[in-house]
Ligand binder design. Structure first.
Ligand code: PLP
Length: 443
């Protein structure tokens, strides 16, 4: 209930300040102290590991002020594209606290990382050949190889990265693969890290632990084979699943460490430096989306609320509702939880395709025009990663601070204006396709 009281206060204040309402019918909110508490919980769970870098997976919340907050809280960060690396640098992460993991790094991207001293995990053996050619002799980058322990998938295929045919990493159990990996390390004394990211939401802890146990055994095998401790660090990836059904944080980072330690006792015993790359588990429960109800109608006996939260802020939920259900609560225009009688309703979004529904036949207090719906636990991979379909502007995102019963807001991302939408849609080339214009139209 405490959580919902806070949400009510945020909605009331955001409406009063005009951050949410007629002009801005959808907005995202991030609980600043909640993020800090999650980072603390992560650090505490690994407190017994002497050398550990917790790198936040930027894709889970690619917003510079959030990254800055995480840096200030003691995190490093994991990036997977030139854009994400740029965000990490803009947020003030030191290059040696950035880990670059993209599966399709260009030569330019590799060169930049090696020059700046950003750590990098090669996705495959051909990428190691590129690094051979590009690595400055004095590069400070820690270099690793991503492997796929092929332990299988979880309940969401698109989130399962350790399946036999996954596109990520060197598939360890393929014929001849181990020998090729051993060779790759023998030929490159600077290759000192092994990396695996077994999967994200939907992958149970024992499966993740099984994959990371295989990672540890491989490190031991390489070091034994080479007769020297060349592999000195293990990057365990992220993937702690999030409970989207209520306010409970489960599993916790402590649960993760316990299952890992039970499965492979030597994994966290301090002989290897450890890197983690959690994303969803740090941010999801620290954010929510609020959207105004524009109309209510009945269709074929079904009640439908047409709101401003659709696939542009909840793409996964809309396209895979079974895999990504979100909790929705119904609030009046003043932010207070509605207590009117509950009826099954579709909570639909504003986009022009029929599937744009974030909750199907959900039992909720009867919604009406001007009400607000809240999509809970959407602090990662939701409003921070909007989709530009129908030219909808990116909604504003606000940091929230609670003091006593009061709440104050900090700007995280300014709501996109329609002028900006027009601009990014090519308005500076408005006449480029007309006859007589541009290189092909020239007489
Ligand atoms: C997405 C990703 C992560 C973060 O996963 P979460 O499920 O958000 O914790 C970490 N590492 C890699 C390589 C990833 O692709």
């Amino acid at each position: 209930m405490r959580h919902l009281k806070k949400v009510e206060t945020v909605l009331r204040q955001a409406t009063t300040e005009g951050l949410l309402g007629q002009h801005h019918p959808v907005a995202g909110f991030i609980d600043v102290q909640g993020v800090r508490d999650s980072v603390t919980a992560l650090h505490e769970a690994f407190a017994h590991v002497p050398d550990v870098l917790h790198a936040f997976a930027v894709k889970a919340c690619p917003l510079v002020p959030v990254l800055r907050l995480l840096a200030d809280a003691g995190m490093g960060c994991e990036t997977a594209s030139p854009g994400e690396t740029r965000l990490a640098l803009a947020a003030g992460f030191a290059p040696e606290r950035i880990v670059l993991d993209s599966p399709a790094k260009t030569r330019a991207e590799i060169r930049e990382a090696l020059t700046l001293g950003i750590s990098l995990n090669a996705d495959n053996l051909p990428e190691l050949d590129r690094i051979d050619a590009l690595r400055p002799a004095d590069s400070r980058s820690v270099l690793g190889l991503r492997v796929n322990p092929q332990v299988g998938g979880g309940t969401i295929a698109a989130m399962s990265t350790a399946t036999p045919h996954s596109k990520f990493g060197v598939a360890l159990d393929d014929p001849g693969a181990r020998a090729r990996v051993l060779d790759a390390f023998r030929q490159r004394p600077w290759l000192t890290r092994l990396h695996a990211h077994v999967g994200s939401q939907g992958c149970p802890l024992p499966l993740i632990a099984q994959g990371l146990a295989a990672l540890h055994r491989l490190a031991e095998e390489i070091n034994a084979h080479l007769g020297r401790r060349q592999v000195t660090s293990l990057d365990l990836g992220g993937g702690l699943p999030v409970n989207f059904s209520d306010d409970t944080v489960a599993p916790t980072f402590r649960d993760y460490v316990r299952v890992l330690t039970d499965t492979e006792p030597a994994l966290l015993d301090g002989r290897y430096q450890v890197v983690t790359e959690f994303g969803r588990s740090l941010l999801a429960k620290n954010g929510f989306t609020a959207a105004v109800v524009e109309y209510v109608k009945d269709s074929g006996g079904r009640r439908i609320a047409l709101t401003h939260a659709g696939a542009q802020v909840a793409a996964r939920t809309v396209f895979m509702p079974e895999a990504w259900p979100v909790r929705v609560t119904a609030h009046g225009p003043n932010g207070l939880l509605k207590t009117t009688h509950r009826v099954p309703q579709d909570v639909a979004g504003p986009l022009c395709f029929a599937g744009d529904v974030v909750a199907h036949e959900r039992l909720l207090p009867e919604l009406s025009e001007g009400d607000v719906v809240v999509l809970h636990d959407t602090g990662a991979y939701y409003f921070s990663a909007p989709w530009a379909y129908n030219s909808l502007p990116r909604p504003g995102v606000y940091g929230i601070r609670h003091r006593g019963g009061e709440v104050s807001f900090a700007p995280v991302r300014t709501p996109q204006t329609l002028e900006e939408v027009v601009e990014e849609s090519g308005s500076s080339h408005v006449e480029a396709l007309l006859p007589g214009f541009g290189p092909f139209g020239r007489p």
